[in-house]
Design a protein around this ligand. Structure first.
Ligand code: GN1
Ligand code: MG
Length: 352
């Protein structure tokens, strides 16, 4: 299908290849090669999951326009390629199709090579917070309603365990117990937001290290990728999701748990980058909940991976049997480290 869809966009030159690209769990992505030096990224967005494609694309258009006003230099903000009939995307039964200019000269890391790199990704997401601080969050659609409604995520886990449609709950009993014991705590940010203690911001909601493109030479932040989940949210969850993914010593799906630890030096590096770039725009309450953001996002992802494992892997792409259970287990290993080092982490954050 991609060979057909790629002809629907206004590319320069003739398309000579369309190669699977990246490591997303939800959408499908291709690198489009032409007979000119120009490259493109084409994506088929999963509309079973993103059920409001027009709202999602409207978010992206509004946000990229706002960011481009702040920094008009080429390659700093993702730019959509027009379709042949002058639109920005195509919606069909099999999903939403769109194309971006490929940002040349950048690198995306799956794991931080140096603490400096991770600091740079903190800087990028902090800058995003600051650049979007004067944008009215209520103009954005909730691309996935209740995306970080942690209590609802735990409720979904409970339902999946109870239904146990695949007969897998027995294998995951220890993980279920671990998460259930932390359910009350995990709802804390959602409660503080509903009470008005934490303000709604424009947040990215998928602040993984591999969603920041760094300059290939200087490793300074170049461009933030994957704007699909940009919507109103909490600063602490953007901070926390980045720590969850990037401050781990292992990949999100590492099956050997002895390799999975929280790296406090990486944690601190990200925090320095993030707070340095957005610091002044955060309230005291927001700063105080950053450590909770990291722990709660990790608990939330653990419950999402586990619920998907129990329900038969219908949400996150898997490459092997038990993939989502492995993912849930790495998240739990990280939570254990976060709990053990909580006092130290809070002291470190306070000192920045
Ligand atoms: C999904 O597909 P990807 O990698 O952009 C998920 C995120 C998770 C992430 C875990 C829409 O993101 O919430 O944090 O996997 N995106 C959606 O790696 O659910
Ligand atoms: Mg994403």
């Amino acid at each position: 299908m991609e060979e057909i869809m790629v002809r629907e966009f206004h590319t320069e030159g003739r398309v000579i290849a369309c190669v699977p690209f990246g490591s997303g769990h939800i959408n499908r992505t291709w690198l489009v090669v032409t007979n000119t030096p120009r490259l493109y990224i084409m994506q088929q967005v999963n509309t079973q999951i993103f059920r409001n494609p027009d709202g999602l694309m409207n978010n992206i258009l509004l946000v990229t326009e706002h960011l481009r006003r702040k920094d008009p230099a080429p390659g700093r903000v993702m730019a959509l390629v027009d379709t042949l009939d002058g639109r920005k995307y195509i919606t069909r039964e099999d999903g939403l199709w769109r194309m971006y200019d490929y940002v040349a000269g950048g690198v995306c890391l799956e794991q931080a090579e140096t603490t400096e790199d991770f600091m740079m990704s903190g800087k990028a997401f902090g800058q995003f917070q600051r650049d979007m601080a004067d944008f009215p969050a209520e103009k954005l659609t909730e691309a996935i309603p209740g995306f970080h409604d942690t209590p609802a995520r735990f409720e979904a886990l409970r339902r999946a365990a109870k239904a146990d449609t695949m007969g897998r709950a027995a294998q995951a009993a220890a993980e279920l117990d671990f998460l259930t014991a932390r359910e009350e705590y995990a709802g804390m940010l959602t409660r503080l937001q509903r009470a008005g203690t934490l303000p709604l911001r424009v947040t990215h909601n998928d602040t993984k290290l591999n969603n920041v493109m760094l300059d290939g030479e200087t490793h300074e932040p170049k461009c933030i990728l994957d704007l699909d989940t940009v919507m109103p949210g909490l600063a602490a969850t953007d901070f926390g999701d980045a720590i969850r993914f990037g401050a781990s010593t292992a990949a999100e799906d590492e099956p050997d748990l002895s390799k999975v630890h929280l790296d406090l030096r990486l944690y601190e590096a990200f925090a320095r980058g993030f707070l340095g770039a957005c610091g002044g725009s955060l309230t005291e309450a927001e700063r105080e909940t950053l450590a909770d953001g990291a722990r709660i996002m990790t608990l939330e992802l653990a419950s999402r991976f586990l619920a998907d494992y129990l329900a038969g892997d219908t949400y996150f792409h898997i490459d092997r049997e038990g993939h989502n259970l492995d993912r849930a287990r790495t998240q739990i290993a990280l939570v254990k480290d976060m709990e053990e080092h909580d006092a130290e982490i809070r002291r470190m954050l306070q000192s920045i």
